[in-house]
Design a protein around this ligand. Structure first.
Ligand SMILES: CC(C)(COP(=O)(O)OP(=O)(O)OC[C@H]1O[C@@H](n2cnc3c(N)ncnc32)[C@H](O)[C@@H]1OP(=O)(O)O)[C@@H](O)C(=O)NCCC(=O)NCCS
Length: 249
């Protein structure tokens, strides 16, 4: 009975070609590998996403909460046609990007989460996922939203995305923006970098283990340092501090 029910609950993914891994040099001079992971590797990511739930700065809290749920949904077969790419520098987790194939022509961009700041790892990982939709799976467009001002600058402004405000995005039902093949073609020379094939040693190192990020974003040590949060009624760090004082966490 339980097994029969599981066959109903578990969606069946449509076949799509895999993302061929690529590599690029980032601003620090280090080499970064972007590759697709299987469901089995999801548990290696979760411990590095969970601490970001408490980082309010740059909207890491809401984005990581959603990424955590999307990773679990993928791992436990509760989402259809999702994929997850990771960016690694020397094995270390630098970024996570994910999305979904809505139908043969349209893709849905879920999230981009940078675990190392200041190297445009998020921007490179985002470009790789757009490449997956447009070049590898041959979709016509990808629906995108931004939860943070940095995200808005990186995607809507840098790529000059088109408005698709009549389409509610799966993330929060907010109005969508779209990256079309034409927009991606214009960005190829500047925003899309990387080479293939990945040298064997580099790929093996990445596949061997997803190592913890060495300098992930962290919540402020002192609540007084979170000055922005103190003026922001939607902020979560005040809430967290209160729960700590009340012994709830
Ligand atoms: C949006 C995001 C993926 C972009 O990643 P990225 O391309 O690697 O860029 P970074 O976040 O490192 O840097 C973005 C800007 O913030 C600055 N910055 C902020 N904190 C920084 C830090 N600790 N160190 C260095 N630079 C920092 C950078 O200088 C950079 O400025 P620039 O746009 O003029 O280049 C990343 O900021 C992120 O994961 N944010 C939280 C989740 C999120 O908003 N995701 C996108 C949802 S739409």
């Amino acid at each position: 009975m339980a097994i029969e029910l599981e066959t109903i609950l578990r969606p069946v993914d449509h076949p799509v070609p895999p993302f061929p891994p690529k590599y690029m040099q980032v601003a620090s001079g280090e080499m970064m590998v972007v590759r697709q992971i299987d469901r089995e590797e999801v548990p290696e990511l979760l411990p590095h996403v969970e601490p970001l739930l408490h980082v309010e700065r740059d909207y890491y809290d809401i984005v990581s909460a959603r990424v955590y749920a999307e990773l679990l949904a993928y791992y436990r077969h509760r989402v259809q046609d999702e994929y997850v790419l990771v960016a690694q520098i020397d094995g270390e987790l630098a970024a996570i990007v994910n999305g979904r194939f809505l139908n043969a022509d349209v893709g849905v961009s879920y999230h981009t989460l940078a675990l190392r700041r200041g190297l445009r790892v998020g921007a490179h990982a985002f470009a790789a996922k757009m490449e997956y939709h447009i070049d590898i799976v041959k979709q016509k467009e990808v629906l995108i939203v931004a939860e943070s001002p940095i995200g808005f600058r990186r995607w809507m402004i840098e790529y000059q995305l088109e408005k698709r405000f009549e389409v509610a995005h799966e993330l929060g039902g907010v109005p969508s923006w779209a990256l079309t093949k034409e927009i991606f073609d214009k960005a190829r020379e500047t925003l899309v970098v990387g080479r293939r094939p990945v040298p064997e040693a580099l790929l093996k190192k990445a596949q061997a283990a997803i190592l913890p990020p060495s300098s992930p974003p962290k919540p402020p040590q002192d609540l007084l340092a979170a000055t922005r949060a103190m003026n922001d009624p939607t902020g979560t760090s005040l809430m967290l501090q209160r729960w700590k004082q009340e012994g709830k966490v």
